[in-house]
Structures are given as C-alpha cells and as structure tokens.
Design a protein around this ligand. Structure first.
Ligand SMILES: C=CC1=C(C)c2cc3[nH]c(cc4nc(cc5[nH]c(cc1n2)c(C)c5CCC(=O)O)C(CCC(=O)O)=C4C)c(C)c3C=C
Ligand SMILES: [Fe+2]
Ligand SMILES: [Fe+2]
Length: 369
C-alpha cells in the first residue's frame, strides 16, 4: 500500500480522455430525521459553510442544531420527495444525462461525465474515482453554481483539490468558478421567464430570489452579492423591464447573524401588506429545482404572501434539463475545455454545424434586442 492513489494497470497507449465532473450541493438519502442528521452534520461541519470558531460551533451544532433541525427539515423534504427521491438529485441526474449525450456527440465520444455531490451521495470522491478508473487525463469541473460563493464553489474547490493532491498521476485541471453573466445563461433565464408569462400570465412584479449568505462574508470579500445582482440586472435588461418592475431578494437564511438583505420572506410580507396582487418569482441561483425552490418559495413563501394580503405567487421553474439550459452548459464546457486536444478533434461536419448554430442564435438574439 502506498500513500498516493494510482492505477497500476494503466497503459501507455491508452487514449487520454476528457473528464467532466458536474457538482452540486447534495441532498439527504431519505426524508427522515436520521438521514437529515447525517446530511446536516456533514454539511454544517464544513468550515466554509459556518465560519464560527470550531469549539463554539461544535457545541452549538451537536447540542442544539442537530437535535432540533433534522425533524423539521425532514418534514419539508417529505413534501417535495418523489418516486425518484430528492428533486435536487433527480434533476441533476437528468441534466448530466442530457449534457453527456450532447458532449459525446460533439467530442466524438472522447468525454466522460460524472455527477458528484459536495455532501451526501453520489460523493465527489466516488465520482473522481470513477473518472480515474476510466483513464481521464484532463479534468474540467463544472459546479452548478452560477454565482461564486466561498461556501459553495470555494468549498467544492477545496474538496476536489484535497482529493487530487493524493493522486499519484495528476490530471490537467480546470474549473468553472462562476457563469453568472454568461450570455447563454442570461438568455435561457429570460426565455424561461417569457415562457412562464405566456403560460401562466404576467404578474405585477418580478422577484429574483437568491440563496443568501452571511453579510460579514460579503464584507470580507465574497463576490456572491455582486454576482447575484449582475445576473438579475442582465436578465431584467434582456426582458426590457423598467425600475419598479423587478427586485432582488435573498432567501434561506440560517442562524442568528445578519444575512444579505432584503430578505425574500420579509419583502413578500411587506408587499402583501401593500396589497400587491399576483407576482412572479424566479430563482436564478438554483439551476436545478430543489427544496429551497419547490418548498421554500413555491409553497411556504407563496402561503406567506397570500396570508399577508398579497395575490398569487407564481414560481418560475428552474432551468433543469431544458433544451436551452443544456445547450448553454454545453457551450460553457466547450469554451472552458478549449485547447485540449479532445475538444479540437471534432469532425469537420460538427465544426461547421456548431458554427452555423451559434450564428443562428446570435441572429436570433440580435433580432430580440
Ligand atoms: C445556491 C447557492 C447556495 C448558497 C450560497 C448556500 C449557502 C448556504 N446554505 C446554508 C445552509 C443550508 N442550505 C440548505 C439547503 C440548500 N442550499 C443550497 C444552495 C446554497 N446554499 C441548495 C441547493 C440547497 C437544497 C438542497 C436540497 O437537498 O434540495 C440547507 C438544508 C435544508 C435545511 O435544513 O434547511 C441548509 C441547512 C448555509 C449556512 C449557507 C452559507 C453560509
Ligand atoms: Fe444553502
Ligand atoms: Fe455588490
């Protein structure tokens, strides 16, 4: 047994393939208190998620949080659980499957995709092991976090580099650290909002609700707040919205400290009090629908808004495995993998087709402006 992990059976003539590790936060195995306890313990023990001195946090986490929160969270998860399990996991699986199909055809099959979750299963360790076993020599990591935060993207980087530092043969390594202002992402969000208006009618206001982070982490240099505002501004401009028609808020706060403001729930209560009628809420920070969108926004906050005197809260679904989303992710991956031989080795017909597609999209986007 040696200290560093490698494959004793590697062959010199093995073709070097490109590995793409798609990651997200992760989710519990079951909507039960014991499963929630395991998941929350792993998640909330991460020093990038809770930045309180360790001994004090250990006492709070084990003495209070893990005794009370698992049961409450399990009830919320039970409301969104489906035959395929947690929506976050099944939506990510669908996205990876669709993206894999596109990329395999674009890169003539020389690409391997896996899904790894930062907490819970399938773990990032197992995903990287599977890429190592498939002889991946070039690794691109795509965390499904459009806006960078230390607690999400930063934590994922730390986890992956910690594992890779124990590999014997290092892969070439790249990572997408944010895509909050990517033109394809902005376009896909704008299209999904237009489609939602077309299907369900247009509300009086459009709320962009993002997951929050503690305010002190923003003041200490986390770009997350700026990334969220830029995404919302670009989408609002693409939709031609005027001031007073769109708003940015932050949801899902945790603990006693102040988080980014304005808070989604407080804003909705205030709007309800003012007698605002039907509204639309979109959550661009969540590429896949999950507990925080399906339960917190579409259920809990919808109820809160109506009880406060507001109209209907209509949630715009996440991009999930939609055609536009998979297309934009495919382009993002191709750009970040540019220059790596597998990527350049697409057939002439594919290269011509890709150029024609992108020209058609540029024309379409120009026509909409
Ligand atoms: C979209 C980006 C996210 C950021 C930024 C983020 C920061 C953050 N979250 C917590 C605490 C919790 N988050 C929980 C769920 C959850 N969070 C995100 C994304 C971000 N979190 C997602 C996608 C999910 C849903 C997971 C799912 O299974 O569907 C939870 C668990 C649920 C609960 O018990 O309420 C906690 C806890 C902190 C402390 C934090 C930043 C410091
Ligand atoms: Fe979170
Ligand atoms: Fe900012």
């Amino acid at each position: 047994m040696t200290r560093f992990q490698g494959r004793a059976d590697f062959r010199h003539d093995e073709p070097a393939s490109l590995g793409i590790l798609v990651t997200n936060l992760g989710t519990p195995d079951e909507p039960t208190p014991p499963a929630l306890r395991r998941y929350l313990k792993e998640f909330l023990s991460d020093p990038r998620v809770v930045e309180i001195p360790r001994p004090l946090w250990w006492l709070i986490l084990n003495g209070i949080v893990l005794r009370t929160r698992p049961a409450k969270s399990a009830e919320a998860y039970a409301r969104v659980w489906t035959g395929r399990g947690s929506p976050l996991l099944s939506n990510c699986e669908d996205m990876v499957e669709a993206l894999e199909k596109k990329l395999k055809s674009r890169f003539s099959g020389r690409v391997e995709l896996v899904l790894g979750m930062r907490y819970g299963k399938p773990s990032i360790e197992s995903a990287l092991e599977s890429l190592q076993a498939r002889g991946v020599r070039r690794l691109l990591v795509l965390p499904l976090y459009p806006q960078y935060a230390s607690s999400t993207t930063g934590s994922t980087f730390e986890k992956i580099t910690g594992i890779l530092s124990r590999w014997r043969w290092m892969p070439e390594f790249r990572m997408v650290t944010s895509y909050h202002d990517d033109a394809g992402y902005v376009q896909a969000l704008a299209n999904s909002i237009r489609e939602h208006w077309y299907q369900r009618g247009r509300g009086e206001r459009l709320m962009f609700s993002f997951h929050g982070i503690p305010k002190f982490t923003f003041l200490a240099g986390d770009p997350y707040h700026c990334h969220c505002h830029k995404t919302a501004r670009l989408v609002a401009h693409r939709l031609g919205l005027k001031e007073g028609e769109w708003f940015v808020t932050f949801q899902s706060r945790f603990g006693k400290a102040e988080w980014l403001k304005p808070y989604t729930d407080e804003t909705l209560e205030a709007w309800g009090g003012e007698g605002v009628g039907d509204i639309d809420v979109v959550c661009p920070g969540f590429p896949a629908d999950c507990l925080e969108t399906l339960d917190e926004i579409a259920f809990e906050n919808a109820e809160l808004f109506q009880e406060a005197g507001g109209g209907k809260l209509r949630y715009v679904p996440a991009l999930n495995a939609s055609e536009d989303h998979i297309h934009m992710l495919q382009e993002l991956v191709a750009r970040h993998a540019a220059g790596w031989p597998e990527v350049s080795r697409q057939s002439r017909e594919q290269a011509v087709q890709a150029a024609e597609d992108s020209q058609a999209r540029a024309l379409q986007m120009g026509a909409e402006r």
